[in-house]
Unconditional design. Structure first.
Length: 587
């Protein structure tokens, strides 16, 4: 009886058959399997003629039940029966079937058990060796997996998967001792297979993991000599160079791209690298990639973003427009088309593009920009409709951000009661939202409801004791109110311990020290804050302390500097009025 591979019409039918006869045919036939440890799956074995093997009644019944269960989509029952019979009968055909089924169902434990048993029962079967090697490497049993690879390379099977096994081991949490032992095993094997490019590169991977860079480079270059078109060997060379000299790696990548002009993977890596150093050259490379793959949305998007970074808005727009309705890129394309329209002072076009951004990482930023533009163009009612519409339809992951956007909308149009209500409703839905709690605290501060603001900030700190913004804000609120100053300073110092160069926190500390009467120390901190972040509020603080300390000329200069940053700054104007200095600043 001649047996043939089955070629089912759909994935679900891959392990199904409808008759008892088909059950016994499939019992001894092989199926191709996706093997993660190999660069490409080995071709399925062609079984031409096998002797019939009698099974007892219980085994036959169990296998019949398995196939009938499979035909009813109960692959769990099917797998359980096959694994049970494989263990009991120790039959290679049943074990092979069980291994393929376990692999198909992505059951790592059963796959490993059946694959290793299959390899033991059929040690000359390359496919069994591959599957055993893959499942063992996935389980971190690298030395056992290596033995299967060693058998394959010693019996001229290709691919043997030893390079992929090395990648698996070096990209996992394997200890250095494990990698060192593997390296010894690989080097011993390489001595007998020194013309095998994949094995040579595998040794390079292990060398690299152990930071033996000279040996890693030597083996990568040797792999290139053995196999001149071996892409992975060139990528490994670049990885090693990148660890030693990033500039040299970039120059070498340019040479490799010239050697393999049609290799899109290498050119794409080259183009991406260039976006960090040479946007004009990056655009040229992306243009070439687009010529090689017309209509590739990802490449076109990368090209459009590169032009946008160059501030070549027309070229960027030219390449974003074809992606306006492309499923995978439309959200990003519409977001940037909106930004371009906004930069070109076309607010209505910008609103249209921003409003077309679908749920994605750009969704909330686009919506916030659209609402802001609607406010500026006196379309407050439309802004409210846009937010409310999305609250009804958007997924749960966006509802917290929409609550904040709604509260900000009401705050912008001066409806404080509705703003507070929006905050309250949002926090009721998301009681541990640090974003909503923090922003409500800032809102309540503007209403001079400091106790309520303090309560919200303390809640944020209870949720996240390392929230530097909440710590600093609470400290500043207390300092600005000139109350509980030691406590205020303790909050600010905690914020600075988390982020020592935070200009806002340094300003808060300077202001708190001023409230304590430590004016010289306050001036030092406020100067530092203004240098780190030129800001009208910090300038207002520094100017006040300088004025009180008798350094009026410098105080006026600092306030004038702040007004250049923010004309009519309310922080500075309040002090100029208090010290009766409006005429001095305007003169």
């Amino acid at each position: 009886m001649k047996l043939r591979q089955q070629h089912p019409a759909s994935p679900k039918q891959r392990f199904l058959c409808n008759t008892i006869c088909a059950t016994m045919v499939l019992l001894l036939s092989g199926c191709a399997s996706n093997l993660p440890v190999t660069q490409e799956a080995p071709k399925p074995l062609v079984i031409t003629e096998l002797p019939a093997k009698p099974f007892d009644t219980e085994t036959l019944y169990s296998l019949m039940v398995a196939e009938l269960a499979g035909s009813r989509d109960r692959l769990d029952i099917m797998l359980n029966n096959y694994v049970t019979q494989a263990i009991e009968t120790q039959d290679a055909g049943i074990t092979e079937r069980a291994a393929h089924l376990a692999n198909f169902m992505q059951d790592p434990v059963a796959t490993q058990q059946m694959a290793t048993q299959w390899a033991s029962l059929a040690p000359e079967n390359a496919q069994a060796r591959y599957m055993a090697m893959a499942s063992l490497s996935d389980a971190g049993r690298y030395f056992e997996a290596f033995e299967h690879g060693k058998y394959l390379i010693s019996h001229q099977h290709f691919p043997h998967g030893l390079d992929a096994l090395a990648v698996k081991a070096t990209s996992s949490n394997a200890s250095d001792d494990t990698v060192k032992t593997l390296l010894k095993l690989y080097n011993a094997l390489l001595a007998n297979h020194h013309k095998d490019a994949e094995l040579t590169l595998a040794v390079s991977f292990l060398d690299y993991k152990l930071d033996i860079l000279d040996s890693a480079m030597g083996n990568a270059l040797q792999a290139q000599i053995l196999k001149s078109d071996y892409e992975q060997a060139y990528l490994q060379e670049l990885r090693i160079l990148g660890k030693k000299d990033a500039n040299a790696a970039q120059l070498r990548l340019a040479q490799i791209v010239a050697l393999f002009p049609d290799n899109q993977r290498l050119r794409l890596q080259y183009a991406r690298n260039l976006t960090q150093t040479n946007l004009a050259e990056a655009a040229i490379q992306f243009e070439e990639l687009l010529k090689q793959s017309p209509g590739d949305g990802n490449i076109q998007l990368a090209l459009a973003l590169t032009y946008y970074q160059q501030e070549d808005l027309e070229q960027a727009k030219k390449h974003f427009l074809p992606l306006e309705h492309a499923a995978a890129q439309e959200a990003t394309a519409n977001y940037y088309l909106g930004k371009i329209a906004q930069q070109q002072e076309s607010p209505h076009d910008a609103i249209r593009y921003y409003s077309q951004v679908k749920p994605s990482k750009e969704f909330l930023p686009a919506l916030a920009r659209a609402v802001d533009l609607m406010h500026k163009t006196e379309q407050q009612d439309l802004a409210l409709q846009l937010i409310a519409g999305h609250q009804l339809s958007a997924q749960a992951e966006f509802q917290e951000g929409l609550s904040l956007l709604l509260a900000d909308h009401y705050r912008h149009i001066g409806n404080q009661q509705q703003a507070e209500r929006a905050f309250d409703e949002g926090i009721t839905r998301f009681p541990r939202s640090q974003t909503l709690l923090f922003n409500r605290a800032m809102f309540l501060t503007t209403l001079n409801r400091l106790e309520d603001a303090e309560r919200d900030l303390l809640t944020v700190i209870a949720i996240d004791p390392n929230n530097a913004d909440a710590l600093n804000s609470l400290g500043y609120i207390l300092a600005d109110a000139n109350i509980r100053l030691p406590e205020a300073i303790s909050y600010i110092e905690r914020a600075l311990a988390i982020n020592p160069n935070n200009a806002a926190a340094i300003d808060s500390l300077g202001w708190a020290l001023y409230r304590q009467g430590q004016n010289r120390s306050a001036i030092t901190h406020l100067r530092q804050a203004l240098k780190l972040m030129p800001n009208d509020e910090i300038a207002a603080h520094l100017g006040e302390v300088l004025w009180v300390e008798g350094q009026q000329e410098e105080a006026l200069a600092v306030w004038k500097q702040g007004l250049q940053l923010q004309p009519n700054s309310r922080f500075i104007m309040e002090r100029l009025k208090r010290f009766q200095l409006l005429d001095d600043v305007n003169s």
